[in-house]
Write a protein that binds this ligand. Structure first.
Ligand SMILES: [Zn+2]
Length: 168
């Protein structure tokens, strides 16, 4: 989903105000050591979050029922896609307070490519192998490939081939 915020300045201002009060720019570090931002907005009012999502044009809403029946259900709007976060923060930036402005700048400074955070910041591949010089192959488009993973894949396809031949 690509973010397409409302053109209505008043609505955008309402959204920024809500985000300033109840929103958060969180930074998550995955197991490979990549740091990436996530936008979160929490409310006990589902209609408020739905309006917010309509205005910003993206993100998804989930809810969590509390074990305590006296507690209200908490709704949560989240935005995780890098490009969407950056587009939204650029629009929100001039209206944000000092603290969130700092966090927004921090989020905008993180590089990403396509839908993913920039692979150059990754220390390890998806299987957890380290991207050392010996274990890294550069593709023609400049992205990196893990050599250990290439070997695993070719071994797997080789095994598949011989088992197939044995079945014949
Ligand atoms: Zn690997």
């Amino acid at each position: 989903m690509t973010i397409s915020p409302s053109k209505d300045k008043v609505m955008i201002a309402w959204g920024v105000g809500l985000f300033e009060g109840k929103g958060c720019i969180a930074f998550i570090t995955d197991k490979y050591g990549n740091k990436y931002p996530k936008l979160i907005l929490v409310s006990t009012d589902e209609d408020v979050l739905r309006r917010f999502r309509r205005i910003v044009g993206g993100g998804y809403i989930s809810h969590k029922e509390s074990a305590n029946p006296n507690h209200k259900i908490a709704y949560r709007w989240q935005l995780q896609r890098g490009r969407d976060i950056q587009e939204l923060l650029i629009i929100f930036m001039p209206m944000l307070g000092t603290r969130r402005k700092g966090k927004a700048r921090e989020a905008l400074a993180i590089k990403f490519k396509g839908n993913n955070w920039h692979s150059k910041s990754k220390i390890r591949c998806i299987r957890g192998h380290r991207f050392t010089r010996a274990n890294t192959r550069i593709r023609s488009d400049g992205t990196r490939q893990c050599v250990a993973c290439i070997q695993i894949r070719s071994r797997k396809s080789y095994l598949k081939k011989i088992t197939k031949n044995m079945e014949k």
